[in-house]
Write a protein of this length. Structure first.
Length: 268
């Protein structure tokens, strides 16, 4: 399936058309993405899932302008990324995109306040006190502004990272396994926070995850297999997501221990 339609009314903040990303040379070519077309509406929360090696990271990197597709186009907030020079891309990422990573990626020497306001200062903008206070309140860290990341729990650190992503009011926040390093309870808190940013703040969020429970917090779950979007579920339960993953996993688990011996080929 090439084009899974976006919800009709919402304006598309992220748009990929016929995106292909090929690694390697002519002899060992791997199409990490192989003709992906998708639109992600403003104020929506999308999870991207798929077996290991299905192209999730490549999707995220291409959609976020961290990597350039071999062919096809990526539009971000109405801007075509392909003609942009590296400096323009960096500027666009800094101003229009927020990132949340599994490993939080906070600066250990800086306080919570300085970590959160760093993107503004990098962009040469003076942080507005009211806006900073509001975002710290929203993530429940108003009392921790002078703490350093090392003094915080994993969940609190990820909330700092979310505040840092929200502070620039980006067109879209990309999450790369944002709950991957958290326990179930803390992960749910973080996902609820992301959900609230979408619901109350109109934030657009795209998150790669392995976790069906995490994906079930999204409005829509997109499934990748072998570099292609193969299905999508709207507001699914974790069980429905897990079932779909099991289905795709049967294809994706052909590695090391489970790989069939030569001659026993797996047919698809
Ligand atoms: P996922 O995130 O779903 O595990 P990736 O997007 O990381 O999948 O990778 C998709 C495919 O592209 C895999 O076959 C992977 O080996 C290949 N790939 C990804 N990055 C590179 C790279 N830099 N060089 C060569 N192959 C790559």
């Amino acid at each position: 399936m090439n084009g899974i339609a976006a919800p009709p009314a919402a304006q598309e903040v992220v748009r990929l058309d016929a995106v292909r990303k090929v690694y390697g040379g002519p002899k060992n070519e791997v199409a990490a993405l192989n003709g992906v077309s998708i639109g992600l509406g403003q104020g929506t929360f999308t999870a991207v899932m798929g077996p290991s090696g299905s192209g999730k990271s490549t999707f995220l990197h291409c959609a976020a302008g961290l990597d350039r597709p071999t062919s096809g186009t990526v539009m971000l907030d109405g801007v075509d990324l392909s003609p942009l020079k590296e400096r323009q891309l960096t500027k666009l990422r800094r101003e229009r995109i927020g990132f949340i990573f599994q490993a939080f990626n906070l600066l250990p020497a800086l306080t919570v306040l300085d970590n959160v306001t760093l993107p503004l200062r990098l962009a040469g903008t003076r942080p507005k006190k009211a806006a900073v206070n509001e975002v710290l309140e929203r993530v429940g860290l108003a009392g921790k502004r002078t703490s350093r990341p090392g003094e915080l729990s994993g969940g609190q650190q990820q909330r700092v990272a979310i505040a840092r992503a929200l502070i620039t009011q980006p067109a879209v926040i990309f999450g790369d396994e944002p709950t991957g390093a958290l326990d179930t309870y803390t992960a749910r808190e973080v996902l609820t926070l992301l959900r609230e940013a979408v619901q109350w703040g109109g934030q657009t969020i795209v998150m790669v995850t392995h976790d069906p429970v995490a994906a079930s917090h999204a409005d829509r779950v997109l499934f990748l297999a072998d570099g292609q979007l193969v299905s999508a579920l709207e507001r699914p339960t974790a069980d429905q997501v897990a079932e779909q993953m099991t289905h795709l996993g049967a294809w994706g688990n052909r590695t090391a221990a489970t790989a069939p011996q030569a001659g026993h080929g797996v047919h698809r």
